[in-house]
Design a protein. Structure first.
Length: 351
């Protein structure tokens, strides 16, 4: 069974000790450790978790107060936003950013993933673990496996029938497809239960069912069936869109290592396949810190508020080595990602 993402973070930064002599990553790791940027920020995360819980409770209270009215649909967008905040907390827990205690990290992940979102913490960790180990690597990174979308011309050429049409138009369809992501994550989570051990399956399955029952009961208690369905559809669509907006800029259109080519070390493997997004406090908040994608991939267990502090250190180190650090604005990051999807889709048009 794959290691949890927290174990990957540990192996890269803590338990493995210093990287091999001559490693390009070693001097940067020593500098980051010296600056204390791998130390946990317990108080910061306590505030974030508490604020998010209060925000979710506020939306639920609003639903109860408004009652069976179409005005209740105005609460679907903020609920989608705070669901995304919940997902970011679960993400950080999976990377051991919140605490080094794996039992506590898993409890936080199960609470925010399975119970609050209906998203399997174990499934996501196993998948995300493989992504971090080999980002953008065909055959190793599940995020670039040929599925609804494809990411290389070779993948596109093998498409047939409806999937071929989908590939030809994937750039135009990308954001509309993210509207289904909230539901797709739940489907994948339930399907993954068959992979899990009986004990893990019982716990995760119970929490996933509790989420579905609780979510359905809340809407049924506050809204008529038609309004409840409309609320759920709008909420889940906006939640999926928000996640798509957060994850789309990170790797799409960046280097994709040749399986038979040069073997990169940790520094190049993470930097050359990742893209940062410029912005201020609002961008950091909206993207959950994932706009510092290069720093996050280099140091998966680094607490979210430290990523921006590590950025100038990473830039300086890469500049000395002549390694480019990709960074662009938010809108341009989407433009680059969609351009890549369009160029890949061309292979399905001409072949």
């Amino acid at each position: 069974m794959p290691q949890p993402a927290a174990a990957v973070a540990d192996s890269l930064e803590e338990t493995a000790g210093e990287p091999p002599a001559g490693s390009e990553f070693a001097p940067l790791l020593r500098t980051v450790r010296h600056e204390g940027l791998l130390r946990r920020r317990y108080a910061w995360y306590a505030r974030v978790v508490t604020a998010n819980a209060l925000a979710l409770a506020g939306v639920v209270t609003g639903l109860v107060v408004i009652g069976d009215s179409w005005w209740a649909l105005l609460l679907a967008p903020p609920l989608a936003v705070f669901f995304a905040r919940t997902a970011f907390i679960g993400h950080d827990a999976g990377h051991a950013q919140i605490t080094g205690n794996r039992t506590v990290s898993r409890a936080i992940g199960l609470l925010h993933g399975n119970l609050l979102l209906g998203l399997s913490y174990s499934w996501w960790n196993a998948k995300h673990n493989r992504h971090h180990s080999n980002p953008n690597h065909i055959g190793k990174d599940p995020d670039v496996a040929a599925d609804v979308l494809v990411f290389t011309g070779e993948q596109a050429e093998r498409r047939r029938g409806f999937r071929r049409w989908l590939t030809r138009n994937q750039a135009w369809l990308f954001f509309p497809l993210t509207l289904l992501e909230g539901v797709a994550l739940k489907v994948h989570s339930f399907k993954d239960l068959s992979r899990q051990s009986p004990r893990e399956r019982a716990l995760e399955g119970t929490l996933l069912v509790a989420h579905v029952v609780g979510y359905t009961a809340l809407l049924a208690a506050c809204l008529s069936p038609g309004k409840a369905l409309a609320f759920a559809a709008l909420h889940q669509a906006l939640f999926g869109l928000h996640l798509g907006l957060a994850f789309a800029p990170n790797h799409k259109g960046m280097e994709m290592p040749d399986p038979l080519g040069e073997r990169w070390g940790h520094l190049r493997r993470q930097v050359l396949t990742s893209r940062n997004v410029r912005g201020g406090v609002l961008t950091d908040w909206f993207l959950g810190g994932l706009n510092y994608q290069i720093e996050h991939h280099l140091f998966p267990s680094m607490p979210r508020p430290h990523l921006r502090l590590a950025q100038p250190l990473v830039r300086a180190h890469c500049r000395e080595l002549g390694i480019p650090c990709a960074e662009t604005g938010l809108v341009d990051s989407y433009r680059q990602a969609l351009r890549h999807l369009r160029e890949v889709g061309e292979a399905a048009r001409v072949s």
